[in-house]
Design a protein around this ligand. Structure first.
Ligand SMILES: [Zn+2]
Length: 61
């Protein structure tokens, strides 16, 4: 099973999109990721089950 799923997220600060690899192995989680364009922190709420990415919400951290 492919547990690492690549997706695109939109930065809530600068609205640029960039790719991010999500580890779906342990289900729903939250993480902070710095935007690769403007470097500001993005709070990500990730909804997933192993091998399947359901939804990613990107909020200003
Ligand atoms: Zn940004």
């Amino acid at each position: 099973m492919q547990l690492l799923v690549e997706t695109e997220i939109e930065c809530p600060w600068c609205f640029e999109q960039f790719p991010l690899v999500i580890d779906t192995s342990s289900g729903d989680y939250e993480m902070i990721e710095d935007c690769s364009v403007c470097c500001r922190p993005i709070q990500l709420e990730i909804r997933c089950s192993p091998g399947r990415l359901d939804d990613v919400q990107a909020n200003p951290g």
